[in-house]
Design a protein around this ligand. Structure first.
Ligand SMILES: O=C(O)CCC(=O)C(=O)O
Ligand SMILES: [Fe+2]
Length: 254
């Protein structure tokens, strides 16, 4: 099942760097295949109902469990369908071509790999307020997009701390793509998704990752009509507590 999409993987992340952004962000349009996308969506949709947390407009799942005080309470592994193909493939891409020994994007994180996945579902007209991801995680965020395209915006706070409402950059995320943001983008900027049904004014001039898109011709009218977009956000939670295992079944989620 790995073979078809592997041929689209770049030789290194550096080859797919989004140069319009500060160090460093990467975009791989065809990170997973259509079959893999379908299989993951099927698992998301058939997860036990109790897995979903319903917010006002958006719903989400956390795997293997919620964080408590920025800590992962039990160090259960991710389920197989979130581990393969995404994590294995992610760790197989070297950061730079010439590096010996080869290092991947989580090589210096505490656990050497992502241990937590947040699944967000965005029907048209839903988004996520501009925010920073905070100190619970190692500053590498890997987002796999499923189902539909939308724009992620990056914002800067003004001198007085208020949010500058005009995004500094827009990243277009196509279904089956992988977006990796690290470093300064994680710590110095906010990210958010506008609660709209159509992304407009899409062009080479306004989209930071334009040259890395799979199908820029899909957006020739400058518009993207959204459908349901589901995202998988992979991160390494810095703190893991063994306590969760000792507390017994009450705190366990199935
Ligand atoms: O869905 C996305 O692409 C962004 C999600 C996000 O920012 C988050 O979960 O912290
Ligand atoms: Fe976030």
């Amino acid at each position: 099942m790995d073979a078809p999409s592997l041929s689209h993987l770049p030789a290194s992340l550096d080859a797919n760097r989004i140069h319009a952004l500060p160090a460093a962000a990467y975009y791989i349009a065809d990170f997973i295949s259509e079959e893999e996308e379908k299989a993951i969506l099927q698992k998301v949709e058939t997860a036990p109902k109790a897995r979903w947390r319903q917010l006002t407009h958006r719903r989400l799942q956390t795997w293997p469990s919620d964080l408590v005080k920025d800590t992962l309470l039990d160090a259960q592994p991710l389920p197989a369908w979130l581990e393969t193909p995404v994590v294995s493939r992610l760790l197989s891409i070297p950061l730079s071509d010439g590096d010996e020994p080869k290092t991947h994007v989580f090589a210096n994180s505490p656990h050497g790999r992502p241990n937590h996945v947040l699944i967000n579902e965005y029907p048209p007209n839903t988004g996520i307020m501009p925010h920073k991801d905070g100190s619970a995680y190692y500053p590498v965020v890997c987002t796999v997009s499923l189902g539909s395209s939308l724009c992620l915006n990056l914002y800067k706070s003004k001198e007085d701390g208020a949010l500058d409402p005009a995004p500094l950059w827009r990243i277009l995320q196509e279904p089956r793509s992988l977006l990796i943001t690290t470093g300064g983008i994680y710590s110095d900027y906010l990210h958010g998704i506008e609660p709209i049904s159509t992304d407009v004014d899409i062009s080479e001039r306004t989209i930071a990752n334009w040259s890395l898109l799979r199908s820029p011709s899909d957006f020739q009218g400058g518009r993207n009509e959204r459908q349901i977009r589901t995202s998988l956000t992979y991160r390494d939670v810095l703190r893991i507590s063994k306590l969760g295992n000792k507390l017994g079944p009450l705190f366990k989620r199935t």
